[in-house]
Design a protein around this ligand. Sequence first.
Ligand code: FAD
Ligand code: NAP
Length: 440
Amino acid sequence: MVCGTYYFIPLPSPSTSILPHKMTLTEQTLDKQDGKKKRVAVIGGGVSGIVTTKWLVQEGHQVKTFEQSSAVGGNWRYIGPESSTDNTNADSEHSSCYKNLKSITSTSYMSFEGHRMPKNYGKYPHHTKIFKYLSDYCNINGLWNYFILNTKVTAVRQTEGGYNVTYITGGIEQTESFDAVAICNGHNSQPYWPKELMAGLEHYTGNVIHSRAYRDPEQFQGQNVLILGGGISGRQISYDVSSKASYVALSSRRNVRGSEIYRGKPGWHALAKFTRSEVEVLPALGIAPFSEKTVRFANGYERDFDAIIVCTGYKNSFPFLDQDTINSIVRLPPRTENPAYLYLFKHTFPVFSSACPTMAFIGMMDVADSSMFYVADVQAKWFAELLSEKTTLPAPCKMQVETDKWKNMIEINYHPMVINSPTLFYEDVQRVTDQNKPKI
Ligand SMILES: Cc1cc2nc3c(=O)[nH]c(=O)nc-3n(C[C@H](O)[C@H](O)[C@H](O)COP(=O)(O)OP(=O)(O)OC[C@H]3O[C@@H](n4cnc5c(N)ncnc54)[C@H](O)[C@@H]3O)c2cc1C
Ligand SMILES: NC(=O)c1ccc[n+]([C@@H]2O[C@H](COP(=O)([O-])OP(=O)(O)OC[C@H]3O[C@@H](n4cnc5c(N)ncnc54)[C@H](OP(=O)(O)O)[C@@H]3O)[C@@H](O)[C@H]2O)c1
């Protein structure tokens, strides 16, 4: 069967390697003969795909990591303003990174096991440093040969022995079989446009963009700009835009106090740098219709805006999965069409998984007041070790009971996909791993 092309990324080779031995694909193929080494397709070369590739390779599995764009890095790869709205280009299709983006999570949880982010990056580094960290991690762990770039996965179909993965590379569609699949396509790139908001804006004639397409404040020079949505994107972008716009308002259906935008609140340390006072906080939008550039708010206040930046978040999207798999994992919490909750054991495995799971979802969650890097690292290592049969998963009925408990909590608390503590997550996975070690 024809395999996709391996593309080599023109980055300098690392001068030192922390790995004692970098396994080649040939060695892996030989190693596979022991039966515990699997052929694994990784979909996506962002943070999750990179760290998953690392652990699978370290466990001696045969890995191919498919990345639709021309380089790895996912959301931490900045694509300039010229192409940010060109959805025909795979490089611009994905990343929501903007020019002045810095991390809001501290580097201590943005580091992978064995490779800390350098101290001189500061506590909340600019996106260029995070991208550099990811490139360095690939260098140090000898990962470049496993990435198959410019290759978009279009279908994953379950077969008797594993999966057929179909992908398009160089305009040609190919299908290859694998024992297992890691789904690492990210959940912060498909814009969520709430229906009711968009209906209200039907007659609005100003410029409307989603935060995914926001790149820099220059394009809003001297304008009156409305930011819709009081999440992190809404708060950070309102601050960023206010450096160039003449007036900025943030409309939130929740009670976002001005002080939270300017000075931050406990746990939102990076927001503490906000010193500008130009951002006015307004209530949610009112009932349509709006006319031309006039927007009406729930309290009856009306004002003209030249542009609106819709910061209502992102939605999960698994266009390559069949409908049965999607139905079994994607649940919507009550009262909302977004975000969807993924019905996965420990945010990672479909509950129908066998003891040695063949499908894993890595990085499909947010971590309250912390970063997803650490959690993705734990998930990836767990998956790689399960495939090597160093440990097993609990029986599906047990996984279902635990996952149901979590689901019920979400329905009450309304916090889909959020992990409260990365260290508790680690301890929890460790407990499951220890309890399910195969008996020798
Ligand atoms: C504006 C913004 C700021 C953020 N700031 C922080 C922060 O400060 N700290 C933090 O911890 N997190 C932050 N996040 C969350 C961020 O998403 C994660 O840090 C991280 O980038 C997620 O990595 P990922 O690999 O799971 O997904 P992504 O980074 O989205 O990578 C997914 C990769 O999969 C590829 N792909 C998708 N579909 C296919 C396909 N069909 N075939 C092949 N390849 C495919 C994409 O091209 C992409 O490279 C932020 C997110 C946004 C949007
Ligand atoms: N490093 C950084 O500086 C940075 C910058 C941007 C984003 N991020 C990260 O990127 C991820 C996504 O953040 P996000 O802010 O884009 O998305 P988000 O966290 O999902 O927030 C979306 C916001 O939109 C609001 N909203 C949704 N539907 C609405 C509707 N119909 N009407 C009015 N408001 C509506 C939500 O309100 P409710 O809360 O009421 O639902 C919420 O405040 C997060 O992990 C975040 O940490 C980081």
